[in-house]
Design a protein around this ligand. Structure first.
Ligand code: XIL
Length: 314
């Protein structure tokens, strides 16, 4: 029986999972992670608070652990993430730095982290979540101090540090066509026209049954591909209001299939990553109380209807 990773590879794609350091002591979990997936994203290990908790003091132990596991398993790594408003240490967010200094802090962070992982990372989510849901730029410390130029600065620094990594901008609620994905589209178009290095756009795919499947996912992916960038589904999970029941699980399975088919229909859609693979380690219940059961394996690491649907779709 081919695995999800093997099925995706047969179509020239990858099928990945996020993972996190505390989970790596769970042997059955690690076994399925290593067997079923051909790419890994560190869920937290490469974020700013993990990699530069104090100014100029870099810490790569957690990220290195996940890269080493991926290499042992023959899996690719999606680097996640260099510049993000969240999980940003307070020395950055509350630092009150003038623009020139914040720009150099940002460039130094991107350069140091991307240089450390040079040659070991297939993609970098260079900038994560730059937009509000209405398509305006999110008022992060980077945007409020530097304006949108921080995005080009981060991309250029990442390119210089690791010319072999594909550089992505990643966001959520951009999976279908709407105000937020229009804003991302206009940003990517503008970056391309200015010669800023941008290779891909990540669509997180944090979906919820109660909100409906986003419309025109395939058309949305295709319009980005037509700008000359790769696209990827980077953090797929499909949550529901608990308790789960067989009707919800079967709708969830159909959505996993639909998203997978949308990706496969777009030649530049290079792969899909689930935001961890088992409900045992999903971030959803902690952040969306009363919701969960979002992943293709249940809390006992048993495959759910979504797993079979993914296999059929791939
Ligand atoms: C989540 C992690 O999974 C959690 O462990 C952490 O507590 C918060 O962040 N969008 C992203 C991811 O880009 O980095 C987030 O990951 C989920 C939402």
């Amino acid at each position: 029986e081919p695995t999800l990773g093997e099925l995706a590879a047969a179509k020239g794609r990858y099928f990945g999972s996020a993972t996190d350091n505390p989970e790596l002591s769970d042997a059955p979990y690690v076994a399925t992670l290593g067997r079923e997936f051909n790419a890994i994203t560190p869920g937290n290990a490469m974020k700013w608070d993990a990699t530069e908790p104090q100014r100029g003091q870099f810490s790569f132990a957690k990220g290195d652990e996940i890269v080493a596991l991926a290499q042992k398993n023959g899996q690719k790594v999606r680097g996640h993430t260099l510049v993000w408003h969240s999980q940003l240490p307070s020395w950055v967010s509350n630092g009150g730095f003038p623009a020139a200094e914040l720009r150099s802090i940002l460039q130094n962070h991107v350069t140091t982290v991307a240089s450390h992982y040079k040659g070991q990372v297939m993609h970098w989510d260079v900038v994560n979540e730059p937009f509000n849901d209405d398509g305006t730029f999110r008022d992060s410390v980077f945007y409020s101090t530097l304006g949108q130029s921080y995005i080009a600065d981060a991309l250029r620094a990442a390119r210089a540090a690791d010319p072999g990594a594909k550089l992505y901008i990643n966001d959520y609620n951009t999976d279908g066509i709407g105000a937020k994905s229009d804003a991302m589209y206009n940003l990517v178009k503008s970056l391309k026209s200015q010669g800023v290095p941008i290779d891909g756009v990540g669509f997180q795919g944090h979906l919820a049954l109660q909100y409906g499947l986003p419309s025109q996912v395939q058309q949305n992916l295709q319009r980005f591909a037509d700008l000359g960038v790769d696209v990827a589904i980077t953090e797929l999970d499909i949550r529901m209001v608990l308790p789960a029941d067989s009707a919800k699980l079967s709708t969830q399975a159909a959505w996993y299939s639909d998203v997978t088919k949308a990706c496969l229909a777009v030649s530049r859609c290079v792969g899909i990553t689930v935001w961890d693979y088992t409900d045992k380690y999903s971030w959803i219940p902690g952040v969306f109380p009363g919701q969960g059961a979002a992943l293709p394996y249940d809390e006992n690491l048993a495959p759910k209807p979504a797993y079979a649907a993914l296999r059929t779709a791939l």
